[in-house]
Design a protein around this ligand. Structure first.
Ligand code: DGJ
Length: 711
């Protein structure tokens, strides 16, 4: 210990991390802009915020990497746990700190409690995303019971006053809400047992004035698809902190003698303006989290759900496939309703064999038909679930998560299987594996449609085992079928996080395909996750979830913000609609290669009803921007829209890529010339003065294409 460095430094592309090691336990002294000066130990020691006021403990309880109640720290401690029949309080001290390349590893130990805590802090040098990995080892001879073990606790700069988190419900995910960080703990707790609609596992801590371009922000994300808590608080010494970790029911986490428990990873970045932090998260996800197959251009999906729901038969499905092929779909996905007994949502889950009463010859004729169009075939599963009205439940009622003597409430008529049981995961693996092998399934839409309530093995809570078991099952399947792609769906977008995204590379963003609702949902999604994994479909004119009718151009432009696809009955489209959709399909196909790793920008707009975003090719050669008007503007004209991400010196050809000039023209006495004529302009002017928008009717959208002038 005498040789321990008194500080450690990690440098990324634009960020630096300083860990000071002057107190009892190392503390984060700096995370933010890359530092240019060389730092002497004495400097950091003197900059430790050591001023101490009266009427406190004699020794200041500083916020370390592992704040403990035993040192008098009054915020949320990093660990709450106990060993029966012995001292319940832990008191860790530093036993080792070492640095290798981009990682600092801190080891703390508590001899009396017989525990070792390891914290790894890694700065990704490309994306400037910091990852914190925490694990706790039980060195004792009896069980150690954990009630709370934070994945990470971070000090916030004093001038960070706000906390923005994302919340929602089925059909309206990821809506932002901002609250002040003040006295009294703000604790966003997710008890849904899945990532959930209600709270997303993300927070943004920031200065008061935060927008796309300005303000300092720290983005945090917990890579976990279960229960979790995000805590922010300002203590009466003026210091604020943010803490995150998985939530546990009493008795849920017991570390056996000699065993080590690893927390979900916590990811964070600190930057200027929302866009910068968003772009770093996208880069980190692309390079470190997402499966390799997501780096290839994404195929266009056609999904059977809203076209046919449970009313499936071979002939209708084949005609749906034909129509989908005509509008350019490349992968046909047979959604819910294909397996034994599944004629509605009251029965069948768990019986993963093709229903011969609906498909007398199995799925072979349909799959053959799909492939005859050169399309891929995808199939829907909801592996974690079982209906009481199923053969599986009748044979194995003991396979469900439950507590003895308490009736588990149903949700959508279903219960949850305990996937952490070997027999359950083997059963599920075999069912899915057989079908994937038989039909050479290219893609699975992996759904999960209920919260985990009373999730026990009869006696002990098991909710925190479930996500890990599900990840393992997905990994086992993709290992057996290396080309298999899996999408994460959970009543729409209730399971999206870096935990599940290591095994899945596409997310069904929401069941709400109404393009206006979808615009804000997608903005929230893309704040943390790259848009190319965001399943985005063109739906029917009358949106099934909202009943609202919208123009086809608006639906297509909004779907083009993510992985483009269709969720409609293409058989009922007229010639004009087919031609329109064909245009947008071709547009997606033309641009998708560069869209797959484009830089994503949300645009500052002149009115909250105008929502703009853009994707710019990595070399800034090309860009697509979409601007959606949600409702009637107060002013007669939307004015100039400042674009983002272009090269200031490059001259771009600017054009209207959406073919809705006929929709817009009647509202304009004069259209801005660029809407109808060739227009060339520097990136600088497009980003400063901005592009004059046409007068837009409510609920319309425009898609703008910029391409650099050829040299
Ligand atoms: C919920 C999903 O979000 C929908 O897209 C659809 O797959 C249904 N489940 C099927 O039951």
């Amino acid at each position: 210990m005498s040789n321990s460095p008194t500080h450690c430094r990690l440098d990324g592309r634009t960020s630096s991390v300083l860990l000071s090691n002057h107190g009892a336990i190392p503390a984060l002294a700096w995370f933010g802009n890359r530092l240019v000066s060389s730092i002497a130990d004495s400097m950091l020691e003197n900059l430790d915020d050591a001023a101490h006021a009266f009427a406190n403990l004699d020794a200041r309880a500083a916020l370390s990497l592992f704040p403990q109640a035993a040192s008098g720290y009054m915020g949320s401690p990093a660990l709450v746990g106990r060993r029966y029949n012995t001292n319940h309080t832990t008191h860790f001290t530093l036993s080792d700190i070492e640095q290798s390349a981009q990682t600092v590893t801190v080891t703390l130990s508590d001899e009396q409690s017989r525990l070792t805590l390891t914290k790894q802090v890694t700065l990704d040098s490309n994306s400037d995303v910091l990852t914190i990995r925490t694990s706790l080892k039980n060195n004792g001879t009896d069980d150690y019971h954990v009630d709370w073990l934070a994945s990470g606790t971070l000090p916030l700069p004093n001038h960070f006053t706000n906390c923005t988190s994302q919340h929602g419900r089925w059909g309206l995910e990821t809506q932002s809400i901002t609250r002040p960080i003040g006295p009294g703990r703000l604790d966003v707790q997710n008890w849904h047992g899945r990532t959930g609609h209600e709270h997303a596992p993300n927070v943004i801590c920031s200065t008061e004035h935060l927008c796309e371009d300005h303000g300092e922000a720290m983005f945090l994300h917990l890579a976990w698809s279960g229960n979790y808590s995000f805590r922010t608080e300002r203590l009466n010494d003026g210091n604020a902190y943010v803490q995150a970790g998985m939530l546990l029911r009493p008795g849920e986490l017991v570390i056996a003698p000699g065993a080590e428990f690893s927390c979900p990873e916590l990811h964070l970045t600190k930057g200027h303006g929302l866009n910068e932090c968003t772009q770093r998260f996208h880069q980190y996800a692309r390079e470190n989290i997402l499966p390799a197959w997501t780096r290839k251009p994404r195929p266009i999906h056609a999904n059977s759900w809203e076209a046919m729901y449970f009313d499936l038969n071979d002939e209708d499905l084949k005609s749906l496939v034909d129509a989908a092929a005509t509008i350019g779909a490349e992968r046909f996905v047979l959604d819910d309703g294909w397996f034994i007994g599944r004629r509605d949502d009251t029965a069948g889950l768990g019986d993963w064999q093709v229903d011969q009463t609906v498909f007398p010859n199995g799925l072979e004729p349909l799959v053959k038909h799909v492939r005859s169009h050169g399309m891929q075939f995808g199939l829907w599963f909801e592996p974690e679930m079982v209906n009481p009205n199923s053969n599986l439940y009748r044979e194995h009622p003991e396979w469900t998560l439950h507590f003895d003597q308490i009736e588990t409430p149903l949700a959508r008529n279903q219960l949850v299987l305990d996937v952490s049981r070997e027999d359950v995961s083997n059963y599920l693996f075999n069912c899915i594996n057989d079908l994937v092998a038989e039909y050479k399934i290219d893609y699975i839409k992996w759904d999960m449609n209920r919260d985990l309530v009373l999730a026990g093995d009869g006696v002990f809570p098991r909710a925190s085992e479930q996500p890990k078991a599900v990840y393992a099952l997905m990994q086992r399947l993709t290992k057996a079928h290396p080309n298999l792609e899996i999408e994460s769906c959970s009543s729409g977008g209730a399971r999206c996080d870096f935990g599940v995204l290591k095994c899945t590379g596409r997310v069904w963003t929401s069941d709400n395909i109404d393009p206006l609702a979808r615009t804000t949902i997608q903005q929230g999604f893309a704040r943390f996750f790259p848009p190319e994994i965001m399943g985005a479909h063109v739906g029917h004119m009358h949106a099934h979830l909202t009943g609202r009718s919208t123009n086809l151009h608006t639906r297509a432009i909004v779907a083009l913000q993510g992985q483009f696809g269709f969720e409609l009955d293409a058989r009922v489209l007229d010639e004009q609609e087919m031609a329109t959709l064909h245009h947008y399909t071709m547009l997606y196909k033309k641009h998708r290669a560069w869209l797959n790793d484009a830089t994503y920008w949300q645009l500052p707009t002149s009115d909250t009803l105008l929502i703009g975003s853009g994707q710019v090719e990595q070399s800034q050669h090309e860009a697509l921007f979409s601007i959606v008007l949600l409702d009637s503007l107060r002013h007669t004209r939307p004015g100039c829209q400042r674009l983002r991400g272009l090269n200031p010196e490059t001259r771009y050809w600017v054009s209207l890529a959406s073919i809705n000039i006929d929709q817009l023209a009647p509202f304009n006495r004069t259209l801005p010339p660029w809407c109808t004529e060739d227009f060339i302009c520097t990136g600088e002017l497009l980003m400063t003065i901005g592009l004059p928008l046409p007068v837009m009717p409510p609920q319309s959208a425009v898609l703008v294409h910029c391409v650099a002038e050829a040299n």
